[in-house]
Design a protein around this ligand. Structure first.
Ligand code: AMP
Length: 287
């Protein structure tokens, strides 16, 4: 049986008796990508806590916040089902009904991530990563977990959260998890539910572009790589950005770069999708 907690007091009571907690923060509308994080936590911890909370402070567009899918009943069903396979482990859901269960009353302090948040999504969504850091900071405190699991689907978010945890000496280890795709290669995302079948096909332009750049990168011909990137961007105006960076710090890559990040943000209608590939230097392997 799933345990469902809705208040921070209930959460504090639950965690007081636990020493080994793995934590998976989410905004709900769960899919196999989220469940893969929960499974990873099951494999490493006796107790797994998943939070389902649509964090208002990370949305810089009121419509996006309003339209974000909220499907708690369906989410709980998916978690129940997954838990059957791991019934010897404890699974607890923290689904606060109100932001006051996450943020302190009259909360008025921001966490401002540095350089990493000036690139990619951070450049186009001002304040977004400050909102992410603020909610993750509070959730990490509430969860008191040994490890927290983050998907590489949001690669920049993972790097920023890891840096925040280091810089603020938080005690939870941040564990990266593989990006999960559907059979056609589309990165699973809660936003995919807002796409029609035709739009799902258009959405594949994003991964196709990333793959084309990956193939070029593997030839070590940087000039051809940059030319291809420019060509894609000039031919398809649905890209918000398409970039190749050093995956360790989001700076420009050079001859010394060990891991490359190829990342894109792409609009299908009004739905903004992101995706990325991380590649190890000199190999055809994904890092
Ligand atoms: P979200 O609910 O979208 O905020 O995502 C919660 C967590 O799930 C984040 O760490 C995401 O990176 C992760 N996640 C979302 N989609 C995927 C995916 N397709 N594969 C792996 N992790 C994912």
């Amino acid at each position: 049986m799933l345990k469902i907690l809705t208040t921070k007091i209930e959460l504090q009571e639950w965690k007081a008796k636990k020493t080994d907690i793995g934590f998976v923060p989410t905004m709900g509308n769960l899919h196999q990508g989220h469940l893969s994080l929960v499974e990873k936590s099951f494999r490493h911890h006796q107790n797994t806590l998943i939070s389902i909370f649509v964090n208002p402070t990370q949305f810089n567009n009121a419509d996006d916040l309003k339209n974000y899918p909220r499907t708690l009943t369906q989410d709980l069903e998916l978690l129940e089902l997954l838990h059957k396979t791991y019934s010897h482990k404890e699974l607890v859901v923290f689904a606060p009904l109100d932001a006051s269960e996450v943020y302190p009353t009259n909360f008025d302090t921001q966490i401002l991530p540095g350089k990493l948040a000036t690139k990619l999504c951070g450049f186009y969504r001002p304040g977004h990563f400050s909102g992410v850091c603020s909610v993750v900071y509070h959730l990490l405190h509430l969860a008191g977990a040994k490890s927290a699991y983050f998907g590489k689907k949001d690669y920049q978010q993972y790097l920023i959260v890891k840096k925040m945890v280091e810089d603020l000496s938080l005690k939870t280890e941040i564990v990266p998890c593989e990006l999960v795709r559907d059979e056609k290669g589309l990165a699973l995302s809660s936003r995919n539910n807002r796409l029609s079948e035709d739009q799902k096909i258009s959405a594949l332009n994003l991964i196709h572009a990333l793959k084309a750049l990956e193939a070029k990168l593997l030839t070590d011909d940087y000039l051809a790589l940059e030319t291809l990137k420019k060509k894609i961007l000039s031919e398809d105006k649905q890209f918000e950005y398409l970039e190749i960076l050093d995956a360790s710090n989001l700076e420009a890559y050079d001859q010394e770069t060990q891991n490359y990040l190829i990342a894109g943000a792409y609009f299908v209608g009004s739905v903004r999708l992101i995706d990325n590939i991380v590649i190890k230097r000199g190999t055809a392997q994904h890092a």
